[in-house]
Design a binder for this molecule. Structure first.
Ligand code: SF4
Length: 357
């Protein structure tokens, strides 16, 4: 009988979707994703998690409940680290416990400890441990992981070219037309599980696109660029997510190549409370790029969100019109001065000529 592995559509699903789905599928498992976030998932998650958790963690609880009766296993790895010398938010290290103690009657949880900062031998052992929930053939597990890694890197490269992860999974013809644009660019800064969860972020990507602007995200910047920019921060950045977002904001300060920045932070997130303020201060003090901070929790209303977003987009468009208007005005004034100057200079010439006579 085919083993059914459930993957909750929350938190690092948005980063490692391609890796884990490809891996389990190639081991022969049926992969079942929880449904995209909706009102029920959010409400169930909020009801069944601790009060002071951030909204992405609450929603994650809702996704686990959505899979509860549909699968043999739920994949909730304990992620210990993503990059060498850096730390990840402690919520990821304790996620399996948090889920087990908050939710009852769950199927078995694949809660293997994963530390991407460890050497390849240790990582291979971890992968074998995860794979053995589905099959016992080490060669097959190794092959499935190598293939998954290849797909993951291909997907990551597509995102670096400027595709939103959802778009990067579309057929190639669609992809070509999407990038041919000279629209104004809005950088949306947030954790990946906020940027790419359309319910949680109140569909911000599509709203910005519908207004005729292009969306870019920190994932589209090359890691080297972000790391170089992050080096200019006074002090060492130990937290992977903080480094990524502060590096992005410093890169914006350097390049000034976006027309607006929207930071979507999560209420109750310690990392966001520091990063959002740092990003705002740097961008406001060193550029004229409009910046807007939106803070989300489970009580955030879409009407208020839309009003602020529309006003922000109007302001970006208006800023351009205003600058064009000022430029035209200046050009006009310059032309008038030039005419005056030319008239004056011909008079002088005439007088000089007259005098010579
Ligand atoms: S980084 Fe912030 S938003 Fe993300 S899980 Fe941790 S507390 Fe929640």
């Amino acid at each position: 009988m085919t083993v059914k592995v459930g993957i909750p559509r929350g938190l690092l699903y948005y980063k490692y979707y391609t890796l884990w789905v490809t891996f389990f599928k190639h081991l022969g498992a049926e992969v079942i994703l929880s449904r995209p976030t909706n009102k029920n998932i959010l409400n169930n998650g909020t009801k069944n998690s601790v009060d002071d958790a951030c909204i992405p963690v609450k929603v994650y609880h809702g996704h686990v409940l959505d899979l509860k009766d549909k699968v043999d296993y739920i994949f909730i790895p304990r992620i210990m680290g993503l990059k060498k010398g850096e730390y990840i938010c402690p919520k990821f290290c304790g996620l399996p416990e948090m889920i087990k103690y908050s939710l009852d009657d769950l199927p078995e949880i694949i809660d293997t400890k994963i530390d991407f900062t460890k050497n390849i031998r240790k990582l291979n052992k971890t992968i074998y441990k995860i794979g053995s929930y589905v099959c016992n053939d080490p060669k097959k597990i190794k092959y499935a992981y190598e293939l998954a890694l290849l797909k993951y890197n291909q997907h990551k490269n597509q995102v670096k070219k400027g595709y939103i992860p959802h778009d990067a999974r579309q057929p190639k013809d669609y992809l070509k037309s999407e990038l041919e644009t000279d629209q104004k660019k809005i950088m949306i800064m947030a954790h990946p599980y906020i940027i790419y969860d359309n319910y949680l972020n109140m569909n911000v990507i599509n709203k910005v696109r519908d207004a005729g602007l292009e969306v870019i995200t920190p994932d589209m910047l090359h890691d080297d660029l972000i790391n170089d920019s992050a080096k200019r921060y006074d002090g060492k950045l130990f937290w992977t997510f903080a480094k990524h977002l502060i590096g992005t904001s410093l890169n914006i300060v350097d390049k000034k190549d976006v027309d607006g920045v929207i930071y979507i932070s999560s209420f109750g997130c310690g990392i966001d409370s520091v990063v959002a303020e740092t990003a705002e201060r740097r961008i406001r003090n060193h550029t004229t790029i409009p910046y807007m901070l939106m803070t989300l929790d489970e009580h955030s209303g879409e009407a208020g969100f839309n009003t602020r977003l529309e006003a922000f987009i109007d302001m970006i468009k208006f800023k351009d019109e205003l600058m064009n208007k000022n430029k035209n005005q200046n050009d006009k004034e310059l032309n008038t001065t030039d005419d005056h100057y030319h008239q004056g200079s011909s008079q002088v010439d005439y007088e000089q000529v007259s005098l010579e006579r």
